[in-house]
Structure formats: C-alpha cells, structure tokens
Design a protein around this ligand. Structure first.
Ligand SMILES: Nc1ncnc2c1ncn2[C@@H]1O[C@H](COP(=O)(O)OP(=O)(O)OP(=O)(O)O)[C@@H](O)[C@H]1O
Ligand SMILES: [Mg+2]
Length: 259
C-alpha cells in the first residue's frame, strides 16, 4: 500500500525519474544493502541528473550549432598549432565562469569552427547555454532588426546565452552601421558573458573587416582584454580528407571538383 501511495505522490509531483528508479532502490533499502539516507540520496540524484540531461538536450537545440562535434573528435596531432594543452584548459570551462573570450584565428579548414563547437558542446553538457551564428547571419540579423525597429531588443537577447559564438568573422566586410551594432554586442557582453569568435583574418586586418579602424580597435580592446587567442597555422583538414580519398590533385585544382 505504502509503495502505491508513494508512486502516486511522485507522479503528482511530476518526479518521473524518481518514480522510475523507486522500486529498485526501495528493494535495496528493504534488504538493508543501502541505508534509508542512501535511498533518498539515490532517488533525488536520479531526478536531478535526468533534469540536467533534458535541459542540456534543449540547450543543444537552442544553440543552433552547425554540427555537433566534440573536442575529443579533434586530431591535435594533425594540427599541433591548435594547442592541445590550451584547449584542455579551456575544456575545464573556467573561461565561461569568468566571462572570458576565446578567439580562433587561421586559414580555411584548420578546425576553427570544430573547436568553437566543441567548446560549446562541453559547456552545454555542463549546464551552460550557447548561441551560434555566422558573422554573415549576424550582419543580416542586424540589418533586418534595424529595419523593423527591434535592434535593441535583439542586442539584449544576444547578451543572454553564457556563450555567444560568432563564426567566420572576416569573410564578409561590414558597413559602418553594422560595425557599430557589432561593437554594441561585444560591448554589452564585455565582462558579462563569453564570446567565442573565429576568423580567417589576423587582428591587423580587422580594420578592413569592420570598415573602420576606430571601431575595429574598440571591438578588439574589449574582446581581447580577458581572452585566449588560438592562432592555428597548418593545412586544411578538408584537403587532407580529400587527399586520403584520392580526389585531390593540386595540379588539377582548377578543373577537379572536390565535392
Ligand atoms: N584536426 C582535426 N581533427 C578532426 N577533424 C578536423 C580537424 N580539423 C578540421 N576538422 C574537420 O574538418 C572540417 C573543417 O573544419 P572546420 O569547419 O572547423 O574548419 P574552419 O577552420 O572553421 O574553416 P573555415 O574557415 O573554412 O570555416 C570539419 O568537418 C571539422 O570537423
Ligand atoms: Mg569555419
């Protein structure tokens, strides 16, 4: 009777995971293999872990990552300048707690997006939130929200996630108005939330990216104050994979489709 009554209570309280493991642990407790305190502890933690997992799954969807890849899937032997030791430190997520930034610089295919995504996945697994967008998407979003009068609300929303990932800064140049709002986003997150940014352009070239040296300097000033820069110099992993598959011949680069 008491078991039925307890199951009912757990159902009413919507503690479905406690409910699922209750019988098993109740039996252990009645046999004396775990104490009543351990029994309660196991039940409570079953519920907490299940809730955390569910929240992480939701947060992973909300992050809008272009793909899900982990840091463990990254081959540091292929790309030594990606600095395995630094990445291992970042994986501890102190940078998220301290609202510090991480910037990945390097040419195409060296793993910038993979590492940014990997850090975000790790953070989400540990209860943080993230939001990913390419600089191109951000530029479009800025322009659209200026036009519809929602730009300030949007900037506020981009301040919410623990990590904001801005991918591919530098592929598209920005006009002055867009750069101004880009600056606003970085400025609003400064010392409040982490930014992970990837770029194919060295910092010296950011004046061209933002169409204005003064704005670029102000952005860099805030971005770099508390930050780690990983400067990746190496071969493209995409090219390595094509070579391995036998599709890639540099001498025929112009005429061979490598896709
Ligand atoms: N060292 C690596 N180990 C395993 N996979 C890698 C490595 N480097 C890159 N990759 C894979 O190669 C592909 C290209 O990497 P990624 O997208 O991170 O490049 P990128 O530096 O962001 O390039 P781009 O500037 O063109 O966006 C991805 O599928 C990624 O998972
Ligand atoms: Mg990329």
């Amino acid at each position: 009777m008491i078991h039925e009554h307890l199951h009912q209570a757990l159902e009413i309280l919507d503690l479905s995971h406690m409910n699922a493991v209750y019988d098993h642990h109740a039996e252990e407790a009645s046999k004396g293999s775990i104490s009543y305190l351990e029994f309660l502890d196991k039940l409570l933690w079953a519920e907490i872990e299940a809730k955390r997992e569910r929240a992480a799954r939701t947060n992973l969807k909300l992050a809008k990552l272009p793909y899900v890849k982990t840091l463990d899937q990254f081959d540091f032997e292929f790309q030594p300048s990606a600095n395995a030791r630094r990445i291992q430190e970042l994986k501890q997520l102190g940078f998220v707690a301290r609202a510090e930034n991480v910037i990945f610089l390097g040419p195409p295919g060296v793993g910038k997006t993979h590492l940014a995504v990997g850090l975000a996945v790790e953070a989400i697994r540990n209860g943080h939130t993230a939001y990913f967008l390419s600089a191109h998407e951000l530029i479009t979003m800025i322009k659209e929200t200026i036009a519809s009068g929602r730009i300030h609300r949007k900037i506020k929303a981009l301040c919410k996630p623990s990590i904001l990932i801005i991918d591919e800064v530098g592929y598209a140049a920005m006009d002055e108005e867009t750069s101004h709002y880009f600056f606003q986003i970085i400025s609003n997150r400064y010392e409040k939330g982490s930014v992970i940014l990837t770029s194919n352009k060295s910092y010296g070239e950011w004046g061209d990216v933002f169409g204005n040296n003064v704005v670029a300097t102000a952005i860099l000033d805030r971005l770099l104050h508390h930050s780690t820069t990983i400067n990746i110099k190496g071969d493209s992993y995409r090219v390595k994979e094509k070579k391995k598959a036998g599709f890639y011949d540099v001498s025929k680069f112009e005429s061979v489709s490598t896709d």
